[in-house]
Design a protein around this ligand. Structure first.
Ligand code: ADP
Ligand code: MG
Length: 352
């Protein structure tokens, strides 16, 4: 299957080049890959929001891309949950959930309400049936959106980055609902940037790159033994925060704020207090006057390894007066590694 769009100058932008895959009932597939590689376009093609430009899609033995195929039949089989929730703001939570089953499936109101209440219980929101979406947090809205999708009894649900618009503190509550659906055996395709979630929840991973499914395999294959170097580089990505401190007049508050945001973004809040303390102690006590100094916080998304690096150029041995200086820190962290690098010396404090 392929998909291209028209450019304003009349040329074509080929977004999905030749995507070919077969998905069985009950599979949970996470689609990962750099942005702009066609992940959303693939989901939108699969549910015919953006019909493919070439090739065919078959669902349950029917060619849904054939002329005259009744799309309402597909809409009943396949639900979609978006990054931005797309709830009806003028309807209560309950009405959001019962609307489509009553209108499209002709389920009696009473029964639809009863089912909606069960679904709200499933996503942990029984108390919220009669409120309007604008009083809910992002995580709650997304759980309502999932309940609404489930109310149509779909055979498949497509999720397009369901947690990307959420505050870090709410990511977990949405992922745990999706985890439960996976356990229940629902067939799902999930575009996500949450690598550890993808690894834990999926039966299969698609790594998309440049408009094709570049690598397709079990979580183990993709995350531990990827065949292609692009896959390996992507799954082993390390997030970094870097500050260069070149005098004693540096802005500590700015560094503190930066560390705080980094920890929030990658769900490392449990490590944040230790990170603040250690950075402060290193910059103001142990490494005082040792400038310029590069401070780096790193987080490997897949392994969860988190570290603070203190790097000084031109040193061939540790800039610390003596080994015992770090004793107090050592007892609070996973490990400390002191080693020369090509340009100087690095003290790596492993937090997790
Ligand atoms: P991803 O979800 O992997 O980040 P998308 O599927 O959203 O990627 O987009 C892939 C490419 O297709 C991008 O270059 C994007 O600009 C382009 N694209 C997506 N939808 C449209 C559209 N409706 N019209 C034109 N170009 C589009
Ligand atoms: Mg996308």
């Amino acid at each position: 299957m392929s998909k291209s769009f028209s450019n304003p100058d009349g040329t074509r932008l080929s977004v999905l080049k030749d995507v070919c895959c077969e998905i069985d009932k009950g599979e949970v597939i996470s689609i990962i890959g750099p942005s702009g590689t066609g992940k959303s376009t693939l989901l939108r093609a699969i549910n015919m929001l953006e019909p493919p430009s070439g090739g065919e899609i078959w669902v349950d033995g029917e060619n849904i891309t054939s002329k005259g195929y009744p799309l309402h039949r597909l809409r009943r089989k396949m639900g979609m949950v978006f990054q931005g929730f797309n709830l009806f703001e003028h309807m209560t939570v309950l009405q959001n959930i019962t609307y489509a089953p009553v209108r499209l499936l002709h389920i009696p109101e009473d029964q639809a309400r009863q089912e909606a209440m069960e679904l709200l219980k499933k996503v942990g929101l029984s108390q919220k049936a009669s409120v309007y979406p604008d009083s809910l947090s992002g995580g709650q809205k997304q759980r309502v959106a999932i309940a609404r999708s489930l109310a149509m009894h779909p055979e498949v649900i497509l999720f397009d980055e369901p947690t990307s618009a959420l505050d870090p503190t709410m990511v977990g509550e949405v992922l745990s609902v999706i985890r439960q659906l996976a356990k229940d055996g629902l067939t799902m395709l999930i575009v996500t940037h949450e690598m550890r979630f993808a690894r834990d929840v999926s039966t299969r991973i698609f790594f998309m790159n440049e408009g094709i499914i570049y690598e397709d395999g079990s979580p183990r294959q993709i995350f531990e033994h990827p065949v292609h170097s692009a896959t390996k580089a992507f799954v082993n990505r390390i997030q970094k925060l870097v500050y260069v401190i070149d005098s004693d007049e540096f802005d500590y508050l700015q560094i503190h704020t930066g560390l705080n945001q980094f920890c929030l973004k990658y769900n490392l809040s449990a490590l944040a207090p230790a990170a603040y303390d250690i950075v402060k102690e290193m910059l103001f006590v142990h490494l005082r006057g040792i400038r310029p100094l590069t401070l780096r916080m790193t987080y490997a998304e897949l392994s969860g390894e988190t570290a603070l690096d203190f790097m000084v150029e031109g040193f061939t041995r540790s800039p610390l007066p003596d080994e015992s200086a770090l004793g107090g820190i050592r007892s609070r962290v996973k490990d400390i590694v002191e080693e020369p690098t090509t340009r100087g010396f690095r003290i790596k404090v492993k937090l997790a």
